[in-house]
Design a protein around this ligand. Sequence first.
Ligand code: AMP
Length: 644
Amino acid sequence: MTDIQLTESQQAAIRALMRDEGVIPPPLHLARNAVLRNDQVERDRALRDPDGFWREQAAGVEWMTPFSEVSRIEPPEHQWFTGGKLNASANCLDRHVHGGRRNTAALIWIGEDGEEHTYTYARLYREVNRFANALKRLGVGKGDRVVVYMPLVPEGIITMLACARLGAIHSVVYAGMGTQALRSRIEDSGARIVVCSDYTFRRGKSIPLKPTVDESVRDSAQVEWVVVHRRGSRPGDEPVSFESEREVDFYDIQEAGEIHCEPEPMDAEDPLFILYTSGTTGRPKGVVHATGGYMVGVTYLARAFYQIGDQDIYWSTSDIGWIVGHSFIVYGPLSIGATVLVREGVPDYPSADVTWELCERFGVNVMFTAPTAVRMWMSHGPDAPGRYDLSRLRLVACAGEPLNPEAHRWAQRNLVGQSDGMVVDNWWQTEIAGPVLGTLPTFEARPGKVGKPMPGVVADVVSKDGEPLPAGQGGLLVLRRPLPYMLRTVWGDHARYLKYWEQLPGMYTAGDIAVRDNDGYFAVLGRADDVMNVAGHRIGTADVEGSLVRHPSVGEAAVIGLPDPVKGERIKAFVVLRKGVEAGPGLVASLKDHVRQDLGPIAQPSEIEVRESLPKTRSGKIVRRYLKAIELGEDPGDLSTLAD
Ligand code: AMP
């Protein structure tokens, strides 16, 4: 018996997974052209000679100074490509501009209203260089942090690459996050510069972003400059005004004549970016990725996992605010010289057909999306994709949350059916910036299971004490060896980084529950900790609880994730009001609105229940597991530790 407490639904899921019904064989044409044609040989080789394996992958990146050593590994510490120097922006731009792809489209940007702009590699190079010089004039240099609060616009990508060019560390904050979330990230990173857009557009509406930035930096002596990318207001929008002398316009600070900014030679281990994610405490966790290992990882995986070629049109429906956007909108595909389609807005507006219309129009070859999006498309029926020519779409990769078998099969039939292509699942996280477990087009997909470890990955499922568990038993997902594209530290809090490796000595604990089948396929069942996954986004219960108790009416709060047919999970909150506060009409709405302002719409609970008390242990810890079991109508298990 495993000692990890699995819910009844997780146990049922494992029983179903072990029955293994309806596998999907890899299409011959994909298997034949796959980059890792013989994945098992690669896996064995990477196990025997990891340094040799990664040395080979490092050749996919252009080095300014060659590295002297592939790896120095003493978990929890690990260094890669020591002595090597490189620049991520030079890898994404200069080598293509000088190497015959200068007139190839790097980005095709599409607005929700159909506005369209194409950036060739040459144009993107110029824009990045100009903006890098502009940042330099504002005093930005190597090692400085720059917070980016921009939607999926070319200027956001330009800002990231300009920072990388200067060796500045960007920290992109998803432009749907609220004031408190943004403020805490600016403060934690110690950024002196914030680059933002004035508006984003979603479902035909203009959503102002600048007021959130204004509010977040109002009393900040730390922030010296706010660079505003003004998009021009639409009818009815308030034109954004500059509130103080520290605000400057994105385009005003650039000089048209400048087309070159020398890329800073960065040590392989120098940080490339910080990306904040939710942990189990309310404090944001600044995951730090190192330039060399990250670039080697995402360059290799763009080809070897996603099968993106430099002739391909590749579309990821993610956003630069998430790790998927960093690795597989920006750095991975641009490093290999692909053409990346980026679209601002939601995938079913202005019509349920818009995604397929664009796939047909641009001849999209590879798509990266989330299970939530697939389930949303499913809810519109199979006719929409069937009305379009998707014969070039050969691979659809899904990540971010479990891909349920129904959604997997639906996508296989309706999205890649025309091309005899393949839908592949892949597992990774902010901390590990590219696929770790996944299905390659060289072996069969087993819906409900992510797939097998990528070459170089040593993954296992273990008990609470770190004992390996046999097939069919759920346990903790761990990695036994670091990867080059894995975090090096948590910004400003190395002790918090060490926790990943200390929960089980010598292993990296991912925080997920997983199970393996008899053939070594892994299935990831959900989080093992107090983190929820709403529409593929990680949200800490502690973040939402922290926000609720900041509301003047709330004394205590407990938050749980409940199953949702489209989003995977939805948020339910339980609150105990402060003494003397009446649960009048409008209270719940005001609490929801408060969380929305504070953390952003994705963290807003769909349901809030006012209670007299919350179930707690004798030591006073809220037992969310109990609340969840009751909500799901399941057995809450051992209650002997409850206070009453
Ligand atoms: P994030 O760091 O926000 O990208 O979230 C990472 C978390 O999302 C992982 O720890 C998993 O809980 C979940 N996740 C990501 N990809 C998958 C997948 N393919 N299957 C199941 N869960 C996934």
